[in-house]
Ligand binder design. Structure first.
Ligand code: ADP
Ligand code: MG
Length: 636
């Protein structure tokens, strides 16, 4: 057995470095946090080879006075706290005084720094914890840290690094988080001499979201409601239309410190769940400020975790604020129908006039359409059956046929026995729970479908709101998402057209069709070239069976004209074809019965974005009872 001895400083630093510095991203996190603590408003991070061979972090902060430079690299040397009493109520990101010592222990470090008060700056070199040089140098105000050959003296650690590409991706994600946590600081990230990220640091969180995630995400962001001005929770959450498959877009910042927190994730996700599909995660940026006593930040060497004094209260506050914010938007556009000029509307409202008294129609409930619909669907089923005998009929189609046959039998049975085909018993006489959103499975039993107006809009009462669903827009959205899903999962089904539809095209139209034949096939169309610009359409995508007229096809082909597609890549062309096909399919479909509307609402529930048609028009509008009461001057 060797004798027990105290380890030398270099060895201690190397061991300790392992806790703080795991990979290039951790070096950058520490250096950027130091820059923020030094009141920098502009931070530039440059890397090469994923940060393994080279990292440079430049800031315009306070700088380090020449006589303090070597001290800064000693373990437990910090300017940020004086004693343990300061550990509560820490305002800075750093406080442990170990980052620079740890980094210097496992790499070659060069520092250029200058305070505003000094006329000359300093340059300092340290490698493997051993000081190499300190001299005067003409540096600009602020600090620049260059880190070379990370883990050159700890090969075991180096072995654990991922490829440069993966390491840079981690750094990129880290900087996005930092930029969102410090919206008043401008960040740049340069990877192999190419700028990958730039934020303005204008302190407007939405602008920063735009700069890091782009326009779609920024536009979908809702500002968290501030219940009271002093509220300690602020931030943004994106509408579920752009939800994500993992937690990479969840950003939690507590007292300015970017952290990971299962508690906060859960609070946000629990609130969000009510408005989104299952297993989707939000893009959220949550800034929470708590007083020092309510928080312990000294839990983890990398300072990525905190301990809340009253976790339950934090959970509840976050859950409530996210719920209230999402609810306020209910993610359905509040109808602005009469908002501006109520007087004018009443004057023009002709149904109030005497001569129109008898022509005013009651909202029409399309009970009668039920039978024809059954027939129509039965026809397709029969067609398919006949077909399955002699042509190579898709397996998927067989399953579809069986499914539809069963469904039809059920519906016919239900129709003749006078039951409703919907499995959802109505409970409109009962009170729907306050928190229940309109588009949720368990809300359906509280929907009261009033009827249809103008053969297009369905009116539905639910709690103290009435909703107007644009049947065509909603139908289009449903078909569109089904089609894209089938495309993504390569699981499309085709519905045979019997007899096939024969199109005689112009040269130009035939050209377009030929050009996009692959897209048509990927979506589930089956076509055959008959020569001389004529084509037989043998099958259409399974859910677009109403695409059965020549006009609709010509419309689709028109939609794919060169002007419309010139700037699109193949994936976007598939999507475009899906979108115009669904639009055409909706045009070709007949009226819906109330029961089909119920089914449609059921389908809407399963969509990623039930709130807009593929062309961006809203599918659902809402108007509150209160709003109506205001319009009728029952309340002021
Ligand atoms: P900590 O951040 O916990 O204090 P560090 O080892 O990260 O410990 O840094 C040690 C000290 O060096 C800091 O307390 C600070 O005074 C100084 N320092 C480090 N980086 C900078 C910088 N970019 N600008 C100004 N001062 C810095
Ligand atoms: Mg630090």
């Amino acid at each position: 057995m060797d004798r027990i001895k105290v380890l030398d400083e270099t060895t201690i630093n190397k061991i300790a470095a392992g806790e703080v510095i795991e990979r290039p991203a951790s070096v950058i996190k520490e250096l950027v946090e130091n820059a923020v603590d030094a009141a920098a408003t502009r931070i530039v991070v440059e890397i090469e080879e994923g940060g393994i061979s080279y990292i440079r972090v430049t800031d315009n902060g306070r700088g380090i006075p020449a006589d303090e430079v070597p001290t800064a690299f000693l373990r437990h040397a910090t300017s940020k706290i004086e004693s343990d009493k300061d550990l509560f109520g820490i305002k800075t990101l750093g406080f442990r005084g170990e980052a620079l010592a740890s980094i210097a222990a496992v790499s070659h470090v060069e520092l250029f720094t200058k305070t505003r008060e000094e006329s000359f700056g300093s340059s300092y070199k340290i490698a493997g914890g051993v000081e190499e040089n300190l001299s005067e140098s003409g540096s600009p105000d602020g600090s620049t840290f260059c880190i070379r050959q990370l883990f050159y003296n700890t090969p075991a650690r180096r072995k654990f690094l991922k490829t440069p590409m993966t390491e840079s991706a981690m750094i990129y994600d880290l900087l996005i988080g930092l930029a969102l946590s410090k919206p008043h600081v401008s960040f740049s990230f340069i990877n192999n001499r190419e700028e990958k990220l730039h934020t303005s640091g204008n302190n407007n969180l939405k602008d920063i979201v735009y700069q890091v995630y782009g326009r779609d995400v920024a536009n979908a962001c809702i500002e968290l409601i501030n219940a009271d001005e002093k509220s300690s929770i602020k931030g943004l959450i994106a509408k579920p239309s752009i939800s994500r498959g993992n937690r990479a877009f969840e950003h939690f910042i507590v007292n300015g410190r970017m952290i990971k927190s299962q508690l906060l994730s859960k609070a946000v996700e629990d609130a969000y769940k009510n408005y989104s599909m299952q297993h989707r995660f939000p893009m959220v940026v949550l800034h929470i400020s708590l007083s020092g006593e309510d928080l312990d930040v000294n839990v983890h060497p990398a300072k990525t975790e905190v301990r809340f004094k009253s976790p339950q209260a934090v959970y509840q506050a976050v859950f409530d604020i996210v719920t209230a914010s999402l609810k306020s938007q209910v993610l359905i556009n509040e109808a602005d129908l009469w908002s501006n000029k109520p007087d004018k509307v009443i004057r023009n409202e002709s149904f109030l006039r005497e001569e129109n008294k008898y022509t005013t129609s009651e909202p029409k409930i399309n009970e009668n359409n039920f039978t024809p619909n059954i027939n129509k669907k039965e026809n397709t089923v029969n067609n398919a059956k006949q077909d399955s005998g002699n042509t190579g009929f898709h397996d998927n189609n067989k399953r579809d046929v069986e499914y539809y046959t069963e469904r039809m039998k059920e519906r016919v049975r239900a129709y003749y026995s006078g039951e409703t085909a919907s499995e959802t018993p109505k409970e409109t006489n009962k009170e729907a729970p306050d928190e229940l959103p309109f588009l949720r499975e368990d809300a359906r039993k509280f929907h009261r479908i009033i009827g249809q107006v103008f053969s297009t809009y369905w009116l539905i009462e639910f709690k103290d709101q009435f909703y107007i669903i644009d049947q065509h827009a909603a139908h289009e959205r449903i078909l569109y998402e089904q089609t894209l899903k089938a495309l993504r999962e390569k699981s499309h089904t085709s519905q045979q057209l019997l007899p096939p539809l024969v199109l005689q095209l112009t040269l130009r139209e035939a050209d377009i069709l030929e050009q996009h034949m692959d897209s048509f096939t990927r979506l589930g169309f089956e076509m055959e070239d008959f020569g001389e610009n004529s084509y037989a359409i043998r099958a259409v995508p399974g859910n677009l069976y109403s695409l059965n007229s020549k006009d609709l096809f010509i419309e689709i082909i028109d939609g794919l004209s060169e002007e419309a597609c010139s700037s699109l890549n193949p994936d976007s062309i598939d999507e475009k074809l899906a979108s115009i096909s669904c639009k055409a399919a909706v045009k070709g479909s007949r009226e819906m019965s109330e029961k089909e509307v119920q089914e449609m609402i059921g389908n809407l529930l399963e969509l990623e974005n039930p709130y807009n048609c593929p062309h961006g028009r809203p599918t659902i509008l809402a108007m509150s009872k209160r709003e109506l009461e205001k319009r009728f001057k029952r309340i002021i």
